[in-house]
Design a protein around this ligand. Sequence first.
Ligand SMILES: [Zn+2]
Length: 127
Amino acid sequence: MSRIRGKHTGPEMLVRRELFSRGFRYRLHAKDLPGKPDLVFPKYGCVLIVDGCFWHGHQNCKVFRLPKTRVAFWRNKIETNRKRDTRNNRALRKLGWRVVHVWECQLSAKRMEKTINRVCFEIKQMK
Ligand SMILES: [Zn+2]
């Protein structure tokens, strides 16, 4: 199983490519920010986080299924990730950043266009 949240993974690359082609410029994996958000748009005071549905426990998601074995282990692991995500989001907002979020399943061929449009709109919103 691959770690979605690692660098240079599929869903994140998709978003990066789309936003770049639409003229957005960004920093990657800013180490000086809580949770090292995937993309940072200093001009807009905004960060973008692309999360894998499994590792970050996307609720009511068709892609996310708990494995049938070691259920407690996985549940625990995902819950830990979710708590960390919440903590990081809060810390980022406290520092004045707006946080835009994309789930892996929103980047399927069918939903991609709509998702990117929504993301572009949200990034450009003023504080
Ligand atoms: Zn999902």
